[in-house]
Ligand binder design. Structure first.
Ligand code: DGY
Length: 330
């Protein structure tokens, strides 16, 4: 009710949505209670101006949230919601030191990201880029050649999942539907629910050696940075396929390119790479055994709406002094 003390107090709080493309649902939820501004651009310079004096920040860019952004916002900043499951772009120490609450968007994107992982796995296993090239170039064999364009089966294969979190588990579930033989995983510790499902906990070395398909679904941390390096590729099977839907920095990209070129491994499917956007002259684009998608794991209408809604609901909870729905542990 207009004029009530609570409404007046709430309406003075300001929120910046630091991305002009965020689904409307977020704006509607937030603007119902607070004063909301949407940045006119994703540009850091624009955000640095727009962020001044806000109480909450809706973040949906891969721009870093660091001291500079937090200083520009000012000491009244109470809540940040990042519309992403990953939060490697945020300086957690700085956020924590200022007592700011931080949320991300787990769970709501599990299915969409797992779908992209499947797309990459199937396309890499069945040599999709090469097949399409044959059609385009008129090199499609005229006679039935029983040995032409042979790929790999998921049925009967051993799967290795690096990081059996929510997304990793969704990928595993999809792969069981494709009749994978065995699911191995690695991470910090064995998960009881995975044991019940018959998944086997192994170390990274064993996972590299035994897997036909390796899925990277671990967050980017100091520990996971460059975990797939030359030594890792040397351990992989020759028919091994690497799928990365996490962050490009988990992989030493030069070592991956070398392994693919030398036929050390069969193929790779990447939704994430270095840099993003990828340089158009990148070697990755020239290799027939690489499938690439432009970091679109969560890019479906429903998923992006759900991510926007969850981010807004976290901000509402944070500004109301309530527990966040999906807090990032600080
Ligand atoms: C995520 O949610 O972390 C996606 O990678 C988009 O940044």
């Amino acid at each position: 009710i207009s004029g009530s003390p609570t409404t007046e107090k709430m309406s003075r709080l300001k929120i910046l949505i630091a991305n002009p493309t965020v689904p409307q649902i977020a704006y509607k939820l937030l603007a119902d209670k607070y004063e909301v501004t949407t940045s006119t651009s994703h540009d850091r310079a624009a955000i640095l101006k727009d962020v001044r004096g806000v109480d909450a920040l809706f973040w949906a860019t891969h721009n870093r949230i660091d001291k500079e952004i937090l200083d520009a916002a000012g000491p009244q900043l109470k809540v940040i919601g990042t519309m992403s499951v990953g939060y490697n772009h945020i300086d957690l120490e700085e956020v924590k030191a200022r007592g700011i609450k931080l949320s991300n968007t787990p769970n709501v994107l599990n299915g969409a990201v797992a779908d992209i992982a499947m797309l990459l796995a199937l396309a890499a296993a069945r040599r999709y880029p090469e097949g399409r090239q044959h059609i385009e170039r008129g090199t499609w064999v005229k006679e039935f050649d029983t040995q032409w364009m042979l790929g790999q089966d998921i049925a009967g294969s051993t799967i290795g999942i690096v990081g059996l979190g929510r997304i990793g588990q969704t990928i595993a579930k999809r792969l069981q539907g494709f009749d994978a033989h065995k699911i191995l995983y690695t991470g910090h510790k064995e998960k009881p629910q995975a044991k019940d499902l018959g998944y086997e906990f192994v170390n990274l070395d064993e996972l590299a050696r035994r897997s036909d398909f390796i899925f990277l679904s671990a967050p980017l941390t100091n520990e996971t940075m460059n975990m797939c390096n030359e030594a890792f590729f040397a351990k992989m099977k020759k028919n091994g396929i690497l799928i990365n839907i996490s962050r490009g920095q988990l992989v030493d990209q030069d070592a991956l390119i070398a392994a693919l070129k030398a036929g050390r491994i069969f193929a790779a499917g990447l939704d994430v790479m270095i840099p993003e956007p990828l340089n158009t002259d990148s070697e990755l684009l020239k290799l027939p055994n690489v499938v690439l998608t432009p970091h679109i794991g969560s890019a479906t209408g429903n998923t992006r709406n759900a991510m926007a809604k969850l981010t807004a609901e976290n901000i509402l909870a944070g500004l109301a002094g309530e527990e966040l729905i999906s807090p990032v542990p600080l």
